[in-house]
Design a protein around this ligand. Structure first.
Ligand SMILES: NC(=O)c1ccc[n+]([C@@H]2O[C@H](COP(=O)([O-])OP(=O)(O)OC[C@H]3O[C@@H](n4cnc5c(N)ncnc54)[C@H](OP(=O)(O)O)[C@@H]3O)[C@@H](O)[C@H]2O)c1
Length: 220
């Protein structure tokens, strides 16, 4: 039985990750801004009122874990908006950088003292952050923020190797959630199952590599 932290746990992929971890017998600290009835029904330890962009709330999260050694941190919380060159809303771009790139780094650094040797850190990124895969342009804030997250993931893999902590950089697929307006190729259940399979398969040797939840390696 492992102890895990999942951010963005109140809905979408994070809710489903929480549900599946609980089902397999793990203890989950389910981190969210605002709890939801389906999250409460999972039986997770809900840690509400936590915004990944806010230093004070992240130190509250670290304090709330007092005494618990963490085996798995899944940085899942994220936002998406689309900006084209004709509609370059820099405030929205800045916000995505703050939530999608700095948020996971801030959470990981704060939780690090609680991660036991052999723990795993997963970053839920997007293939839209792949430079090699960018054939359609646009979506400046999302693409830039997820590319930055990918780079943070590789640095984390290097920096945490001495502590025996492995890092997974994972694309969940095109998933039917609020983020996509219910559009997508897979449901949150299938995506979460794939993400957990990739995390289970993660080793120190594969730390810092970029995978699709379906098991395909992805290009940077
Ligand atoms: N769905 C897809 O097709 C897809 C594809 C590629 C990557 N992803 C990535 O997968 C992850 C989960 O996405 P999803 O599809 O499940 O999206 P979602 O249904 O929109 O859920 C996003 C989650 O992130 C939380 N969140 C947003 N801003 C936050 C903040 N400042 N502080 C704390 N929590 C915050 C939301 O909380 P609130 O309820 O409080 O807003 C919500 O729990 C994201 O990182 C996303 O970029 C999704």
């Amino acid at each position: 039985m492992a102890t895990a932290i999942v951010t963005g746990a109140n809905r979408g992929i994070g809710l489903e990750l929480t549900r599946q971890l609980i089902t397999r017998g793990d203890t989950v600290f389910a981190v969210c801004r605002k709890a939801s009835p389906p999250l409460a029904a999972t039986g997770a330890n809900v840690v509400a009122g936590i915004d990944v962009t806010d230093d004070e709330s992240i130190s509250r999260l670290a304090d709330s874990l007092d005494g618990d050694a963490i085996d798995l941190l899944i940085n899942n919380a994220g936002i998406l908006s689309h900006e084209s060159l004709d509609d370059l809303d820099l405030e929205r771009i800045r916000r995505q950088l703050e939530v999608n790139a700095l948020g996971p780094l801030r959470v990981t650094a704060a939780v690090l003292p609680k991660l036991r040797r052999g723990a795993k850190v997963a970053l839920v990124t997007s293939r839209m952050g792949s430079i090699a895969d960018n054939s359609s342009g646009g979506s400046y804030g999302y693409r830039m923020s997820k590319a930055a997250l990918n780079m943070a993931g590789v640095s984390l893999a290097r920096d945490l190797a001495d502590r025996g902590i492995a890092v997974a950089i994972l694309h969940p697929g095109y998933v039917r959630t609020g983020m996509t307006g219910g559009q997508g190729l897979v449901g949150a259940e299938e995506s979460a199952a794939g993400l957990l399979a990739r995390i289970d398969a993660l080793t120190m040797e594969s730390s810092g590599s970029f995978w699709h939840a379906n098991g395909e390696p992805l290009p940077w």
